[in-house]
Design a protein around this ligand. Structure first.
Ligand code: SF4
Ligand code: F3S
Length: 106
């Protein structure tokens, strides 16, 4: 499956959700995750993310391996999102900022 990684935190553009044919994106307060049990590896979401936060499970950026388990865990807790919404007003300021995992809200 594909995985949402750290750069989505506090960016949350949600362009990704509109292209997913199986509605496997789940929304939290400041981050989205993909349900690995539903993702069919269609690859459509990967180029949609303006901040390049989506990767195949076996190709997540170095140091971000924990996001694989985090997507699986939070997909069980958060509701599905299928319609794009406006990103946070300060999303642009958070693109590429390091160490955003500690800012993840559950
Ligand atoms: Fe959905 Fe396809 Fe992205 Fe998987 S790869 S989350 S099925 S859009
Ligand atoms: Fe996050 Fe990118 Fe989707 S910022 S909400 S993975 S479009």
């Amino acid at each position: 499956p594909f995985v949402v990684t750290e750069n989505c935190i506090k960016c949350k553009h949600t362009d990704c959700v509109e292209v997913c044919p199986v509605d496997c994106f789940h929304e939290g307060p400041n981050f989205l995750v993909i349900d690995p049990d539903e993702c069919i590896d269609c690859t459509l979401c990967e180029p949609e993310c303006p901040v390049n936060a989506i990767f195949p499970e076996d190709d997540v950026p170095a140091g971000q391996e924990a996001f694989v388990a985090l997507n699986a865990e939070l997909a069980q807790a958060w509701p599905v999102l299928t319609v794009r919404k406006d990103p946070p007003a300060d999303a642009g300021e958070w693109d590429g900022k390091p160490d955003k995992l500690k800012l993840l809200e559950r």
